[in-house]
Design a protein around this ligand. Structure first.
Ligand SMILES: Cc1cc2nc3c(=O)[nH]c(=O)nc-3n(C[C@H](O)[C@H](O)[C@H](O)COP(=O)(O)OP(=O)(O)OC[C@H]3O[C@@H](n4cnc5c(N)ncnc54)[C@H](O)[C@@H]3O)c2cc1C
Length: 328
């Protein structure tokens, strides 16, 4: 029987959506051999109350590490604890999200265990000799198939690649001690300050409305904000050109040197579609592009394209979304 360990991310006393995605992904792997999914969750005392959600999404066992020093993410403690558990449990694979936290953690765990990893994969499956994973390469121009033959196979899954699926399992809680004292970590997160309130995180939002230089001026970004507001569940992104010009914070930048997103819907407003931008969004389920140049490369990846002036099209789209919402 090949069990799978999954790292379930928490933040501010809550489970993150990527935790449920990772459990869903791990479930597909464990089911191949009738194995179990064990979800590892760290947090301040009280975090155990979130275990039930992991059980509902396919965790047979939830390994809960509660400690007053774990209110904020500690990469050193999390990596030491995940590696110790992975070694002890004899898992076939250890699954992380390729979120900022997961990108920090997964390589540390792979290094501690001396095993290879596949980062930022779109899907993966168990094969006779190990785990085979689909990894986007060359700024998402190709998809490479990677085979991991060492055990455990360490995999980080691109946020949004797996939709959280209900799959009720026992979710039996087991308490675990952290593998090291959080107070002895060399880097301690003292405080987390939320950048902007009211908007979902770029990596987790089902809808991303993103703007580029075609918006002509920083103040026109309010049109993008309003469209995001109309959707209700949308985050706002931008291109590097716009971030470099100081129209938007760098944290909103999507692409090769920015964030990677895989939302259900990506609306690209006044974005040319440079390869470096596509690297961060081309795995979105549906792409809508608004550009006044019908030859713009973004239309090559778009499912729906509107050729027109963004300053006219976006307000009309916002009104249409508001109307459609009213009808529900
Ligand atoms: C090493 C490296 C890394 C990079 N990393 C990134 C990255 O992570 N993310 C990223 O985005 N870029 C990245 N870039 C930059 C990238 O190459 C492009 O320069 C950038 O994405 C272009 O941004 P843009 O589409 O906003 O601007 P532009 O390329 O200037 O495109 C503007 C678009 O708006 C359209 N337009 C103009 N006016 C209107 C209007 N009124 N209505 C509608 N459409 C209009 C134009 O037709 C055009 O297609 C990187 C570049 C390098 C070299």
């Amino acid at each position: 029987m090949a069990n799978v360990l999954v790292f379930a991310e928490t933040r501010g006393g809550d489970l993150r959506k990527v935790a449920l995605e990772a459990v869903t992904a791990a479930r597909t792997l464990a089911d191949r051999d009738g194995g179990e999914v064990h979800a590892l969750m760290l947090g301040a005392p009280g975090i155990a109350s979130k275990a039930e959600q992991l059980g509902r999404h396919g965790a047979d066992v939830v390994l809960v590490v509660e400690h007053p020093g774990l209110g904020n993410h500690s990469a050193e403690v999390a990596a030491a604890t995940a590696a110790a558990r992975a070694k002890e449990g004899g898992y076939a694979a250890v699954v992380f999200s390729a979120s900022a936290q997961g990108k920090d953690l997964a390589p540390r765990v792979a290094a501690k265990l001396g095993v290879p990893m596949a980062a930022d994969v779109l899907s993966f499956e168990k094969t006779g000799s190990g785990v085979s994973a689909q990894h986007p390469g060359y700024a998402s121009k190709v998809v490479q198939t990677l085979t991991l033959t060492a055990t455990p196979a360490i995999v980080s899954v691109r946020p949004g690649a797996y939709a959280p699926a209900a799959n009720p399992k026992a979710g039996r809680i087991e308490s675990l001690a952290p593998a090291m004292d959080p107070a002895s970590a060399r880097v301690v997160v003292k405080e987390m300050v939320q950048g902007r309130s009211g908007r979902p995180d770029l990596g987790e939002a089902p809808v991303v409305v993103s703007g580029g230089r075609g918006l002509r001026a920083a103040e026109n970004f309010k049109l993008v904000e309003e469209l995001a507001e109309a959707f209700g569940n949308a985050a706002v992104g931008c291109t590097r050109a716009v971030a470099d010009d100081g129209w938007r914070p760098q944290s909103d930048q999507i692409g090769q040197t920015g964030r990677t997103v895989s939302p259900q819907l990506y609306v690209a407003v006044g974005i040319s579609g440079a390869i470096q931008h596509l690297a961060g969004m081309r795995t979105a389920k549906t792409i809508v592009a608004i550009n006044r140049d019908k030859e713009a490369p973004i239309f090559k990846v778009a499912d729906y394209g509107i050729v027109g002036d963004a300053l006219e099209v976006v307000p009309a789209l916002t009104a249409a979304v508001r109307d459609a919402k009213k009808g529900h």
